[in-house]
Design a protein around this ligand. Sequence first.
Ligand SMILES: [Zn+2]
Ligand SMILES: [Zn+2]
Ligand SMILES: [Zn+2]
Length: 131
Amino acid sequence: MSVKRRNTKSKQSVIEVMTAKKTAMSHAEIYEKLVGVCDRVTVYRILDRMVEDDEIHKIADVDGSVKFALCHHHENHEQHHTHSHSHVHFKCQNCLDITCLEDVLPVYQLPDSYQAKEVNFSIAGICPKCQ
Ligand SMILES: [Zn+2]
Ligand SMILES: [Zn+2]
Ligand SMILES: [Zn+2]
């Protein structure tokens, strides 16, 4: 596993597609943009690897499907901005886009002896584009 990772070119294409879209995308949506560049399985592998490397994170949509969004680690590197996937995800009921609201963290208080491992906080509504 110490060998330089393959598919860097395909990975770069995945990043470009996701950067252009700005909002979260499913595997199918990403693959759709990459037909002829890489195959479905390659896209799956790249996404899995990027999740492992914390370059993207998964978002569970209300309908049970999984979407992926880019992680933004380096934008606030001067402040000690902790990178968290527990931020709020906003789903527009009109265009169905899911946007990471990375500065909005849900506040909740669990009863004693409950330990949160994963937080999935989403808000449905109308995005600025659709107003
Ligand atoms: Zn991350
Ligand atoms: Zn919208
Ligand atoms: Zn997010």
